[in-house]
Design a protein around this ligand. Sequence first.
Ligand code: AG3
Length: 283
Amino acid sequence: MTEWFTETLHEGVAQALTIDKVRFRQRTDHQDLIIFENRVHGRVLALDGVVQVTTGDEFVYHEMIAHVPLLAHGRARRVLIIGGGDGGTARRCLCHPVDRVTMVEIDRSVVDLCCTHMPEVGAQAFDDPRLDLVIADGAAYVAETDERFDVIIIDSTDPIGPGQVLFTPAFYAACHRCLTPGGILVNQAGVPALQGSELTAVTRALRTSFADVWAYTAVVPTYYGGIMTLGWASDDPGARHVDRATLAARAEEAGIVGRYYSPAVHVASFALPPWVEALITAG
Ligand code: AG3
């Protein structure tokens, strides 16, 4: 009998994956966690019934959430990641000439379990002396810290459950306070075909603190529903218009070679279909 994992994140549709082998299953203090093998997508981590990362397509999301803001910025030395317990985002940030990557993850067990069951996602990131891993509530961290960052990456769950606070105007204001001038914030803003009102809400909330708010796209097969949007916020409108040749020069200098990311994909990812653009300007 085949056991199925059924994700019911969205109303009216569901994504189902065969559970070919359970690697780990537990209810932690913060969330309900399962890691299993699927013949198509590799190892899958789901939190509260929602797919968070798979070894098969993690490169799409992680390359786009890290390389796009870092190469657009061009001289980021200090990066803050909120969430990102699997280490995939940290690993991509550490490919750049950064001094320090601070990662604030609320759930230590996510870090430990990913290191054990999907070590290739974070790879050497957790051993890198430039990584500062803080186990804490990300919202409390940005509200209190005296540190300043050039790029903030919010690698969170969807706006349900413990991640909810990471989608509020108060949280974005606190992030803005922690950014250096010309700093960039990016976040995961859902799949607009199924989470359109979330995208509108995220961009509206970001606009209360940032002069330039936009979104860029990536296609992550296991984030069911078509193109996904990553939210973009900065006070420097030029940051999302860096040209392909400049990006290519920066990528080459840093030795960044992506499987999904390329300077051409970077530039193209800011082109939004009109119906998506309407969602982000609706606020
Ligand atoms: N961060 C994005 C989770 C998105 C889940 N949404 C969905 N399945 N539609 C996950 C953490 C990866 N480092």
